[in-house]
Design a protein around this ligand. Structure first.
Ligand code: GLN
Length: 514
């Protein structure tokens, strides 16, 4: 075990109990996490910014309210890391981009406001691929985040910062965003848990937009129950977000607790989609996935093979829809309204200022997608590209509907490979794009997904994630099944998966030896 400090290795549920009993104060909890960040984050780079004064101040207020006998929410006093795609009033929000360096939002994203209202303590903003475009966090303008399982490996992306923060005990809980897998894939690569809620289930107000028809904000944690507890805090209708659903969500935490209590896998129909078992799946990933199916079968679940013929076109459709919407969303970074302004010497016309600012402020991947998206939307091409991609999207939704007529959940490896070495995908974005083939269909269909760790791959000892998908509105089903599977994995290993991450000292020593 890794921690030199017992507080930071508590799950959010355990910490909550210790806070409620008065054994631990919110200030102690925040201090422990801030110390841990000071100890390890110079190396890991999961955080772009912290604000100890603001965090400790918020924690102190929670302690005072609790001491005054106020009835606070279950997570009051628990520290929370916030992906930098979410705007906050107490710390800058950059979405991983130079163009927003130092940007202070005049308001909190709704999920951040909800978390504060529930008494969670924001301890920092986490690193991410610029504007959430990427699968490795190497596209951040502020340097890559490292994977605590092996410091020469990526943590996945775009939410690598939130995933590493949670895996490395820098925070028990984090917020992320998932447009094509940015919560689930980093969860898989770092051995943590992450959920993409049903589209519209969690407010996106104050989430810096990437692709509006795909973006979802969601929770990240070390256990299924913790993920569910945070989901319960952020879910629900928001009149600031026109895509927000009016729906009475059941308690995800109650579903997770029911799942952990056992028995809920009996009779569960689990679909395995042929098209998600990609040819390039790493052998150790495949082996762990098959082992988890065997565990499910042993508990009385039924495995059903599913054909989803249009999934094959998901990556192609996504990489038209996303750049098209992103090029439009990013048009507002024009040097006038937000962030950076570069004035070229001697030629400061409006056009020059705008183009120089965008030239300097955006990184290569962002520019690539703006160009692709602008082209796809241009007159004469709209129907051929964006229009066709939208048709494919409908076909994928139909594949899901047909599948869910036969099964309760769909299971697949979350990502086809474990964490790869930093720098190895180089300048070929296709390798990153293909890594999303398993996560993207859920975003195209707006359905919920959950990733949880199921072991390590034999060939490299790195975490493997299991993805569960359910029909829209059935997020609770994922937490129930997920907690049941997590329980089986813990029994198999004799300890929770998250406790198996190498200690920071060991990870450093191994890096030095290589
Ligand atoms: N890796 C995907 C992409 O690069 C997913 C991004 C996301 O979910 N924000 O677009």
């Amino acid at each position: 075990m890794t921690a030199n400090n017992d507080l930071i290795t508590l799950t959010a549920a355990e910490l909550s109990a210790a806070l409620i009993s008065g054994e631990v104060s919110a200030v102690d909890a925040a201090k422990a996490q801030l110390d841990r960040i000071s100890e390890v984050d110079g190396e890991l780079n999961a955080f772009l910014v912290t604000n100890a004064e603001a965090s400790l101040d918020a924690a102190r207020k929670i302690d005072e309210r609790r001491a005054a006998g106020e009835n606070l929410g279950e997570l009051a006093g628990v520290p929370l890391a916030v992906k930098d795609v979410l705007v906050t009033t107490d710390m800058p929000s950059t979405s991983g981009s130079k163009i927003l360096e130092g940007y202070m939002s005049p308001f909190d994203a709704t999920v951040v406001a909800k978390a504060r209202a529930a008494g969670l303590v924001n301890i920092g903003k986490t690193n991410m691929d610029e504007f959430a475009m990427g699968s490795s966090t190497e596209n951040s303008a502020y340097g890559p985040t490292l994977n605590p399982w092996a410091l020469d490996r990526v943590p996945g992306g775009s939410g690598g910062g939130s995933a590493t923060a949670v895996a490395a005990f820098e925070a028990p809980l984090a917020l992320g965003s998932d447009t094509g897998g940015s919560i689930r894939q980093p969860a898989a690569l770092t051995g943590t848990v992450g959920a993409k809620p049903t589209y519209g289930g969690v407010s996106r107000y104050g989430a810096i937009a990437l692709a509006s028809s795909l973006d979802q904000v969601g929770p990240v944690a070390r256990t299924v129950l913790d993920t569910a507890l945070l989901h319960d805090v952020i879910a629900g209708h928001d009149h600031h977000d026109s895509t927000s659903l009016r729906h009475e969500w059941p308690s995800m935490a109650a579903a997770a607790r029911a799942g952990a209590a056992g028995g809920s896998l009996k009779g569960l129909r689990v679909g395995v989609v042929k098209q998600l078992m990609l040819e390039g799946v790493q052998p150790g990933v495949k082996a762990r996935f098959e082992e988890s199916l065997a565990l499910l079968t042993a508990q009385g679940a039924e495995i059903v093979e599913i054909d989803a013929p249009h999934f094959e076109y998901a990556v192609a459709a996504y990489y038209l829809i996303l750049p098209a919407e992103a090029s439009s969303n990013l048009a507002k970074y024009d040097s006038v309204r937000f962030g950076l302004r570069v004035t070229p010497e001697g030629n400061g016309t409006v056009e020059n200022v705008m183009s120089q600012t965008r030239e300097v402020g955006f990184g290569a991947e962002v520019k690539r997608r703006i160009i692709l998206g602008t082209y796809a939307l241009s007159a004469g091409y709209y129907d051929a590209y964006y229009g066709s991609a939208q048709k494919v999207r409908t076909l994928i939704q139909r594949d899901f509907s047909a599948a869910f007529a036969q099964v309760d959940v769909i299971a697949s490896p979350t990502a086809p490979t474990t964490a790869w070495q930093l720098g190895t995908h180089g300048s070929d974005p296709m390798q990153d794009y293909l890594n999303d083939a398993t996560t993207i269909p859920a975003n195209l269909a707006g359905i919920p997904g959950l990733s949880l760790p199921i072991g390590t791959a034999a060939e490299d000892g790195l975490p493997v994630g299991l993805q569960l998908l359910a029909p829209a509105y059935e997020d609770a089903r994922l937490y129930q099944a997920g907690a049941a599977i997590e329980q089986l994995i813990t029994e198999r290993d004799g300890k929770p998966f998250w406790s198996q991450v190498p200690s920071f000292a060991d990870a450093l020593a191994r890096k030095a030896a290589n």
